[in-house]
Design a binder for this molecule. Structure first.
Ligand code: AP5
Length: 226
């Protein structure tokens, strides 16, 4: 099963992907997390991506596409994937389609569009704290850890992302409006898009997504039209 989580920076893609990946039994594939891991390990891919990420711009399509397709071919994705942060442009979406058809004889089952208003997105990004071990995102007010500044799962000290600073976050949102929002129309036309209200409690957003993806592993409910 291949599902896409689509939404602006701060919409809650990572938060939901962590829950859904366990509930649906498929791998969580986050392009942002893969880049951050490469940066941490000092790889050439990480070095290439870092400048773009620090400025809140998109990493070039060819680089992202190569990284994600290679990852989809790993054992971890044998049962499919929940894609978080990819695709983000029409060329990326086309490349994903081609790869799924040719290498896996498969296709995207659903695109979950998590919708959140702009001011709320900026509030979420400025209050976000992340676990350096398992990448679980928290929010200091809206979704705090049980113990201040420590991850519930790992006990590790949480950190804030450099690109969550207000000016970079605003640029990331602008890039999203210009380059990623056309994907909403792209997937809507293909009958794959389902819009979810992302401005509800984390648990309610999760329930709404499960209701349209089916909570049993490997099963999907009837397609809906957004
Ligand atoms: P990436 O890491 O993908 O960042 P993003 O898309 O900007 O998304 P975020 O991680 O900021 O937000 P999210 O939707 O996951 O929200 P979260 O769940 O954390 O990309 C980073 C960079 O990498 C890009 O700028 C680009 O340079 C590069 N890149 C990545 N993919 C690329 C691609 N395909 N092409 C080119 N370049 C690429 O939640 C946010 C906060 O809100 C948290 O604090 C959370 O606790 C809180 N929250 C979540 N849900 C709720 C809720 N329901 N109510 C209240 N608070 C909530």
């Amino acid at each position: 099963m291949y599902l896409i989580l689509l939404g602006a920076p701060g919409a809650g893609k990572g938060t939901q992907a962590k829950l859904l990946s366990e509930e649906l039994g498929i791998a969580h594939v986050s392009s942002g997390d893969l880049f951050r891991e490469n940066i941490k390990n000092g790889t050439s891919l990480g070095l290439e991506a870092k400048g773009y990420m620090d400025r809140g711009e998109l990493v070039p399509d060819a680089t992202v596409i190569g990284m994600i397709i290679a990852h989809l071919e790993t054992e971890a994705c044998a049962k499919g994937a929940l894609l978080d942060g990819f695709p983000r442009t029409i060329p990326q979406a086309d490349a994903l389609d081609t790869a799924l058809h040719s290498s896996f004889s498969d296709s995207i089952q659903k695109v979950i569009y998590i919708k959140v208003e702009t001011e709320e997105l900026l509030n979420r990004l400025s209050g976000r704290w992340i676990c350096p071990v398992c990448s679980t995102p928290y929010h200091e007010v809206k979704n705090p850890p049980k113990v201040d500044h420590l991850c519930d799962n790992e006990g590790a000290a949480l950190y804030q992302r450099e690109d969550d600073k207000r000016s970079t976050a605003e640029n990331r949102l602008q890039v999203y409006f210009n380059q990623t929002m056309p994907l909403i129309e792209y997937y809507l036309k293909r009958g794959l898009l389902i819009e979810i209200n992302g401005q509800q409690k984390v648990e309610k957003v999760n329930q709404d997504i499960l209701a349209v993806t089916g909570s049993n592993r490997g099963e999907l409910s009837e397609p809906l039209v957004a």
